[in-house]
Design a protein around this ligand. Structure first.
Ligand code: 4F9
Length: 258
């Protein structure tokens, strides 16, 4: 998969995307990530990417021309404006990123992430140049670079060849729509804090049952809003009832799977 990032801070994106699993995937060829400096697509002596807002007011607005020029130069759109990539504007006004949207974005062969700044991006970028706007949550940031890196991280781990064999299993919990069960590793006891005996028992079936129940317990306690969208068996429902789920919640669950 190819991911192009348009930004006024290409070093920030380049640095983050050269580390860890994304960095390894780039070196292996599974991912082609390119950070572009919007200032390289300006035509004036000062390489201006933003300007004061028409109508007055504080702050600056990101200009449309460098973004349009960059999209054409990198082959994301042709001269007729036809898109050869899925173009995303990182914006607090966009659709909230969740694992379902991550899967949609991972299905494209090529995406372009445009990093705006909070004061704003010329509305014509939204109107004519992008396919969708994506937000990573309801808080104000100084720019779209960190959101772009969050999106890239989440999408990359679904691209074939990015995760190794041992790394890839853990999408399961979220694809089931539940929170992860608790994890423990050595030592068995630390300052009197013991790891649960069942995990040390070597009984694989009991471990699996315990983990499923803990996933259900956690989701019920912390994120009950996830339960109606989760894949639940008849046994899961019975466990939820035993864990104290109320009637209203139990009624809101879909038909059992399996
Ligand atoms: C973008 C915040 C996406 C949340 C972009 C300032 C942003 C953002 N999600 N904030 N520029």
């Amino acid at each position: 998969m190819r991911i192009d990032v348009l930004t006024v801070f290409p070093e920030m994106v380049e640095h983050a995307a050269s580390q860890s699993i994304v960095g390894r995937a780039r070196r292996s060829g599974a991912l082609d990530v390119r950070a572009w400096d919007l200032r390289d697509f300006t035509a004036d002596r000062h390489r201006t990417t933003d300007d004061s807002p028409y109508g007055g007011g504080v702050g600056m607005v990101m200009k449309v021309e460098p973004i349009d020029a960059a999209l054409r130069a990198i082959g994301a759109t042709d001269d007729g404006g036809t898109r050869d990539a899925h173009v995303v504007l990182m914006s607090p006004q966009g659709q909230k990123l969740d694992q379902e949207l991550v899967r949609v974005l991972a299905s494209y062969g090529r995406i372009v992430l445009i990093c705006g700044r909070y004061e704003g991006v010329d509305e014509r970028v939204r109107e004519h140049l992008v396919d969708r706007e994506v937000s990573i949550g309801d808080y104000v940031l100084t720019g779209g670079e960190l959101p772009a890196l969050v999106l890239m991280d989440a999408v990359s781990r679904l691209v074939p060849g990015v995760l190794g064999k041992g790394e890839s299993a853990d999408d399961e919990s979220f694809s089931e729509g539940l929170l992860e069960y608790p994890h423990y590793t050595r030592p068995e006891e630390y300052r009197g804090w013991r790891a649960p005996d069942v995990l040390l028992s070597g009984h694989h079936a009991e471990v699996a049952t315990w983990r499923r129940r803990e996933s259900l317990r956690r989701t019920l306690e912390r994120r009950p809003d996830l339960l109606p969208g989760a894949r639940l068996t008849a046994k899961d429902r019975a466990d939820l009832k035993e864990l104290g789920a109320n009637e209203k919640l139990l009624d809101s669950l879909g038909e059992p799977s399996e």
